[in-house]
Design a binder for this molecule. Structure first.
Ligand code: MN
Length: 233
C-alpha cells in the first residue's frame, strides 16, 4: 500500500445534475480570444483565416463551485469576470476530426474564468506566461455539469450580471472556433481524456469586480451560476 508523507490533496470534482456520482476533473483547458467582440475589446482582433486558436490551462485545484464566496485575490487591482460555456469531455480522443467531435462530449457547464487582468496584460505584453493572471487560487468557477452526451451546442444565449446589472450578453453562436473545431484542434496537441473540461472563451463586456459584488450568469439551456466576492484574504 502506498503511503504518503502528508495526506494527498482531494480529487477536484464537480457535481453532475441528476447523479450521485461526481465528475472528477483531470485538466482545465481555456480557449483564448474566442469571440470577435471580446478580442477587439482586448486590443487583439482575430483573423481566423490566418490564425489558429490558442489555449492556456488552469490547475484543477483552482476550481470553485458556483454559489461560493471567494476572497478578493492578492497582487491585483483589476480582478475581472469572464462568463463562459464549459465543455466536459467524456470519451478519450486524439487527432479527432470535427465531424467526430460530438463523440467526446459528455456534457456542459457554465463557468467563470476569473482573471487578474492587470497581471495577465503585463505578462502578455512582455511575452511571459499568463499563469499569474489566470491560474491562481479560486480562479476557475464552475456550475454543476449537465449531461448532454453527443450534443453540439451551436446556439444559446450567454449572459452575466454584476449586482443585477447586465455586463455580458451574447450567444455561443458567435464563437470564433466552435465546439467541433475546439475539440478537433485541441486534440492535435493533447490526448483528450474523460475529466478534461474546456472553458470555451468569453464574449465582450468583461470588467472588474470588488469585494461585496455578486456575479450571476447563465447559458440558456445549460445552467446558471453565482459568485460572491469577499474581502481580501
Ligand atoms: Mn476566458
Amino acid at each position: 500500500m502506498t503511503t504518503y508523507l502528508f495526506p494527498p490533496a482531494p480529487v477536484p470534482s464537480l457535481p453532475i445534475r441528476g447523479l450521485e456520482e461526481r465528475y472528477p476533473v483531470k485538466r482545465i483547458f481555456c480557449v483564448g480570444r474566442n469571440y470577435h467582440a471580446h478580442a477587439i475589446e482586448m486590443g487583439r482582433p482575430v483573423d481566423k483565416s490566418v490564425e489558429r486558436a490558442f489555449y492556456f490551462t488552469k490547475t484543477p485545484t483552482t476550481l470553485v463551485h458556483s454559489g461560493a464566496t471567494v476572497a478578493y485575490p492578492p497582487e491585483t487591482k483589476n480582478y475581472h469576470f469572464e462568463m463562459e460555456l464549459v465543455l466536459a469531455i467524456g470519451e478519450a480522443g486524439f487527432k479527432v476530426k470535427a465531424a467526430d467531435a460530438h463523440k467526446l462530449i459528455y456534457g456542459y457547464a457554465v463557468g467563470l474564468d476569473m482573471t487578474r487582468r492587470d497581471l495577465q496584460l503585463i505578462a502578455r505584453d512582455k511575452g511571459r506566461p499568463w499563469d499569474l493572471g489566470k491560474d491562481f487560487e479560486e480562479s476557475a468557477v464552475c456550475s454543476e455539469i449537465v449531461p448532454m452526451p453527443g450534443v453540439v451546442m451551436e446556439d444559446a444565449a450567454i449572459a452575466l450580471e454584476v449586482n443585477g446589472q447586465t455586463k455580458q450578453n451574447s450567444n455561443v453562436d458567435k464563437l470564433i472556433w466552435n465546439i467541433r473545431e475546439i475539440i478537433e484542434d485541441l486534440s492535435l496537441y493533447y490526448h483528450l481524456q474523460p475529466g478534461d473540461i474546456i472553458y470555451t472563451g468569453t464574449p465582450e463586456g468583461v470588467g472588474a469586480v470588488v469585494p461585496g459584488d455578486k456575479i450571476t450568469g447563465r447559458v440558456a439551456g445549460v445552467a446558471e451560476l453565482s459568485l460572491s466576492i469577499g474581502a481580501a484574504a
